[in-house]
Design a protein around this ligand. Structure first.
Ligand code: BDP
Length: 582
């Protein structure tokens, strides 16, 4: 799937603004024929989670209906028309002019339908969606999971999510109508390698439809340009560019080239796509992660897409502010905890030079055999969709298959073995990991490239007792390393700090305690050459479901507040990360 774009042969139109909305708590809309159209209850903003838009929607998980009327006049030269949905949480069904286009499960990855045959050229057209985000044990991420001592799993949240962030619902990213020529470029994959002082850029892909005989590839940047013509082989194409004096992509020097791929018929272009790309390699060698052959230390954060007014739909300006704040602390990396973020996030990471661990929405997985085949099918689907969407971003340096799976049962091993094989098959160029709270007990690390662990000594255990917490962390990291002998990243550590709460000596929930805990962790990690990454939980305070340990339904482990104001810990990080080993 190529991202919608506007150029000589394609046009993309984003459907933003108010849409008609109606709750359907008794699930009657289908019987009442709402897919043909319904009387609106209110207007809601798209893209945005519905939960932050009206008090009666705060804890509502659906079903609900969206409707948008539109006219559309495509250019006859570009006759094919598609609707693309970047993120609709969680399960959506789509109708156009009363005709069902299809359904999609999963809330954070794009899907699309071709509507060439179904839209009315004279208009008006009506697009209707039924959306629900009900929490169910056989969904990914799961919810309403029955207590099972074997899974060591207990729901403490309302709504009953098996994860610690709010299960926002609705149309949360762009809906785009786009047109293309009859025969179109369908997919493009870019891979880069280094050999001595030279780089090689390999571009491959495929078409949808017939026609066209040649593909013209143009790679340019920094006053250099190279053009190649290659014949189609069936519907596939491929070209390799040697790049003599490559400007490599890395944090601190996020050099981007532009790639243009054109489909030619009788020597004339009939379709084209452009994308930025970076030349860089990623390898895991022993305990080290190498970027362009050089060892790198991942300093950064776990994050959430979370905003007080729009929920999961982070406005561009807030997103840009998050990057400014990360850069200000001296960070060079983050993880898309606990789901793939908007593609706009990766655009910024590419442009500003951040290393990204890209994570599927598989958070809170458990392995009770009931519902397991469906959870595996969904994890496979999400892994495929995420790698398909994000594979060309130089910022993405690692795939994370899950966050904190409850891997106590033996079924967890074949589950992750299968997913790791799938991910490596789709992308042999990036290491594959998962993020665990089990540490040395996570047996699936044996067949993954990198060990990522989340650690909360001094918070959930040894609460308020940092002198006990730090030695425990130290021993624990040694034990994990002794067992797996692999590159180790600490992908979460931190403490809740209520903004403005101060204490001497530091106590739980004070800004001082958070800052001291983070500093102590960094000092322990700095002594361990096998730890090559420290990501603080979390960049910002964020909304979660209600629970007794979550005041105001908030997780306060941000080093910035939900309004992006620094806490004491942000200043501490800025100081420490200047000195920290890279
Ligand atoms: C970790 C989870 C993360 C939570 C965090 C916490 O991975 O989603 O928000 O704990 O409790 O276990 O703050």
């Amino acid at each position: 799937m190529i991202r919608p774009q506007t150029n000589r042969f394609r046009k993309a139109q984003v459907f933003q603004g108010p849409w008609d909305f109606r709750k359907d708590p008794f699930d009657q809309g289908g019987q009442k024929g709402w897919f043909k159209g319904f009387k609106k209850e209110k207007s809601l903003l798209v893209p945005a989670s519905w939960n932050e838009q009206a008090p009666d929607l705060k804890n509502f998980l659906g079903p609900a209906w969206y409707q948008k009327d539109f006219d559309f006049f495509p250019n006859p030269k570009w006759p094919r028309v598609f609707f693309r949905f970047d993120s609709v949480h969680y399960f959506s069904t789509v109708w156009l002019n009363g005709k069902k286009l299809g359904s999609h499960e999963g809330g954070h990855l794009p899907f699309e339908f071709e509507i060439t045959e179904f839209f009315l050229r004279k208009g008006p057209n009506r697009l209707v969606l039924r959306v629900e985000g009900l929490l169910k044990p056989d969904r990914v991420p799961p919810g309403n999971v029955p207590f099972d001592p074997k899974d060591a799993f207990n729901n403490q949240f309302n709504p009953p999510a098996s994860f610690d962030f709010f299960p926002y619902c609705g149309i949360q990213r762009e809906v785009t109508l786009y047109t293309t020529p009859r025969t179109l470029l369908r997919d493009v994959t870019v891979r880069t390698t280094l050999s001595g002082k030279k780089a090689f850029v390999k571009v491959s892909g495929c078409l949808d439809g017939k026609g066209g005989q040649t593909v013209r590839f143009t790679l340019e940047g920094f006053g250099w340009r190279s053009i190649r013509h290659e014949p189609l082989v069936g519907r596939n194409f491929q070209a390799v560019f040697p790049v003599p004096k490559p400007r490599l992509w890395a944090p601190g020097s996020p050099n981007l080239y532009e790639l243009r791929v054109e489909l030619l018929k009788d020597g004339k272009p009939v379709d084209e796509v452009r994308m930025p790309m970076g030349i860089r390699t990623v390898q895991v060698r022993g305990n080290q992660i190498l970027l362009n052959g050089k060892t790198v230390f991942l300093k950064g954060f776990g994050r959430h897409e979370d905003h007080p007014l729009l929920g999961r739909a982070l406005p561009d300006k807030v997103r840009a502010k998050d990057f400014q704040n990360m850069a200000w602390t001296g960070a060079n990396s983050y993880r898309t905890s606990h789901y793939p973020y908007s593609e706009k996030d990766l655009d910024l990471a590419d442009r500003l030079g951040f290393l990204v661990i890209d994570e599927t929405p598989a958070v809170g997985l458990f392995f009770h055999p009931k519902g397991l085949p469906k959870r595996l099918r969904l994890c496979r689907q999400f892994t495929r969709e995420m790698i398909g969407r994000d594979k060309n971003h130089p910022s993405v340096v690692m795939w994370s298959l899950a966050n904190e799976p409850h891997s106590h049962r033996p079924e967890a091993r074949p589950f992750f073995k299968d997913l790791a094989r799938l991910a490596r098959g789709l992308d042999p160029t990036r290491p594959v990991t998962l993020v665990s709270y089990l540490g040395a007990a996570e047996e699936s690390f044996r067949f993954l490239d990198v060990v990522c662990v989340n650690r909360y000594f001094g918070w959930y255990s040894e609460p308020g007792d940092l002198p006990k917490a730090f030695p425990r962390l130290s021993k624990d990291l040694d034990a994990i390393h002794r067992k797996f002998r692999k590159l180790l990243l600490v992908t979460e550590f931190g403490a809740d700090a209520l903004p403005g709460s101060h204490a001497n000596p530091p106590v739980l929930f004070s800004e001082e305690y958070q800052a001291e805990l983070i500093e102590g962790y960094l000092r322990v990690m700095a002594r361990k050459p096998f730890v090559r990454g420290a990501q603080v939980w979390n960049l910002n305070d964020f909304r979660t479901a209600q629970a007794v340990h979550r005041p105001n339904g908030m997780n306060y482990k941000g080093v910035f507040t939900r309004n992006r104001r620094p806490k004491l810990a942000a200043y501490r990080l800025r100081k420490l990360w200047r000195e920290f080993p890279v």
